[in-house]
Design a protein around this ligand. Sequence first.
Ligand code: HEM
Ligand SMILES: *[C@@H]1O[C@H](CO)[C@@H](O)[C@H](O)[C@H]1NC(C)=O
Length: 342
Amino acid sequence: MGSSKQLAAAVVVSFALLMAATCQAGAVGPYYHPPNPSTCGLKVGYYNDKCPHAEDIVKGVVGAAVMRDPGVGAGLIRMLFHDCFVEGCDASVLLDPTPFNPQPEKLGPPNNPSLRGFEVIDAAKYAVEMACPSVVSCADIIAFAARDASFFLSDRRVAFDMPAGRLDGRYSNASRTLDFLPPPKFNLGQLVANFAVKGLSVEDMVVLSGSHTVGRSHCSSFVPDRLAVPSDIDPSLAASLRSQCPASPSSSNDPTVVQDVVTPNKLDNQYYKNVLAHKALFTSDASLLSSPATAKMVVDNANIPGWWEDQFKKAMVKMASVEVKTGSNGEVRRNCRAVNHY
Ligand code: HEM
Ligand SMILES: *[C@@H]1O[C@H](CO)[C@@H](O)[C@H](O)[C@H]1NC(C)=O
């Protein structure tokens, strides 16, 4: 397939870009130090003195919501990704349309109609505002909620600290979602380059793709390039998917299917076993086998107990630091759906 070469080329590009975007770059000058992607000005326990129960409150709301509907937990994990890749982790994905900004990110094709969990963020924000008004940012609530959803969906195996101190942004533009969120038809080289733009490595990309071990996908996300044309997808899975999906999904006829047919609601390493068995939905999932380096990562994640979970915790923290606003370039929104009015 020549994809090893393609991957090598993408890796070279990623080196040039690495560190470029993991944190909001400060002014470049004689005293400039590259941002430390492990912290990026964020701090574990950031609200300990400002709002001591903030993290517990979010966790309570998320736990109850995931208990009621595990799908919403999947939505919250995906929400962190979709927030962070567009304008950085600044809750720009939460802003509702207004007459002044009729097309925010939320309405971009990668988010609309598939992104879910917005009401959980609203409920968490409401509860946190009752305790400490105007202190806890919506961007931090998204990061905590994704962390907590991971915890509950993994039967408490994926537990980690999430640094905080993000500010909320005031700019949200639907067209940016198409510039930065990778479509499911991407091949390996395209995925690697897409993550590199955000300062994330090949391994981060492979490890974070493991979130496709939970949640659902619309038929339109995989029918055109996986079922309508020859693909490597396992024939029995293909048959099952054909029975659930129309031959040409449309906006009025676009059902959803589970992403992991073995353990659909459990955040575990089953995704990698599915990829190896050609039982993954997307071209992007299958492409992880198209270079020796990424195929080895898939095998390790599938076979070494606890390995994926450890990598996933670190990768989530790293993704949650992409282009964060921690200085004076943001605000703590009072309502997660609207920018503050002064
Ligand atoms: C590597 C590139 C990625 C691609 C191409 C991709 C693509 C997709 C697509 C097309 C869907 C289905 C949307 C639908 O049709 O309803 C989906 C679902 C999902 N994605 Fe990804 N994704 C990627 C990476 C990630 C990352 C980094 C995360 C989080 C860390 C993530 C978490 C999820 C989750 C949890 C769902 C299920 C959501 C739900 O059930 O509501 N994905 N992804
Ligand atoms: C959003 O982006 C598009 C395309 O880049 C641009 O034409 C448009 O003016 C932007 N909208 C806002 C509200 O900034």
